[in-house]
Design a binder for this molecule. Sequence first.
Ligand SMILES: Cc1ncc(COP(=O)(O)O)c(C=O)c1O
Length: 353
Amino acid sequence: MEIGSEFWIDKNHIYKEKSEIPHWLNKFGNVVFTSSGRGAISLFLDQVNPKTKKALLPSYICDSVILPFEKAGYEISYYDVDDYFRPVNINTDNIELGIFIHMGYFGFPTNKELSDIISKLRANSVIIIEDVTHTLFSSYKNDICNDFVVGSIRKWFGIPSGGFLASRGTNNNKLPYPPNQFVDLRVSSLQQKFEYIKTLDKSLKQDYLKGFGKAEELLDKDFSSYRIDKMSEIIIKNLDAIKLKRTRRLNYEFLLRNLNNIREVEVIFKSIDYDVTPLFFPIYVNRDRNKLRSYLISKGIYCPVHWPIPNQLEGPMNKTTKKIYDTILSIPCDQRYGIDDMKRIIEAIKEFV
Ligand SMILES: Cc1ncc(COP(=O)(O)O)c(C=O)c1O
């Protein structure tokens, strides 16, 4: 069986209709579901009226976060992060800023130390938004006071669409439905992948990969805010979050014990607190990252790179951020897998080394 890549949906599974929003989401405030994370950012930008159209974003970032700001006409600048993704060199003196965005990475509290800086920015009427895409299932506490929280839910389990915007105030939840083609393509591809995983019928693979690719293309072209589809909302409300958290942590701990001493691979987060739920197990591969990635693919193990360098960032990046983009690799440790799968990954990495 292959490890990693897109999730799947079992179309025979019967879900119960539920109305409550689960705790792992409503702890952020009043939640509006959207069809994607970038749709939620677009909704946020539609709702706010900052004192100036200038936004400060981290320089280690996915371009889908930048795009809604560009489309809304913002002047964007970036702050650097260190090797552990902690923000550095944010100067709050005389800063002319409307929006500040921050995030934890891979489930870890990398933005925990920002509370003083954020207090200063808030005192200057800067709107604060946290992107919790990577830390959605972590429960660590910090003293940060956000005005808004945004996230992409679809990175964590198989759903056709899914993002959200939350705040203490009420949000506009009368969003239009997403274009049918996007949701239909995602549903059929997620179900085809389930068939493939069950039957290993290779003829299905080209089809669902094409479907996923096309759906992402549609999203890249149109990242306006749309409401979530019904199926995704039902799956979210039925999610077994306890199992998701437990499995990911166990897998992470096993990878940690076994990869920590391999010289060619630099483990980034060398311990995991009880309140962290990892998105992936990120490593730096200082030599031959792409060769290792290809080798793992040849063994049926698909490790994404978070992220390709966004075009917008080629200029303003420092050496550390460039190193992150050039050497990072994300090993899957999600709830689809168990310790035997982690053993397979470790063996394959050791073989390559
Ligand atoms: C941190 C972060 N926020 C937001 C998004 C956008 O989410 P979506 O792909 O659902 O639009 C992404 C996408 O990769 C992301 O990594």
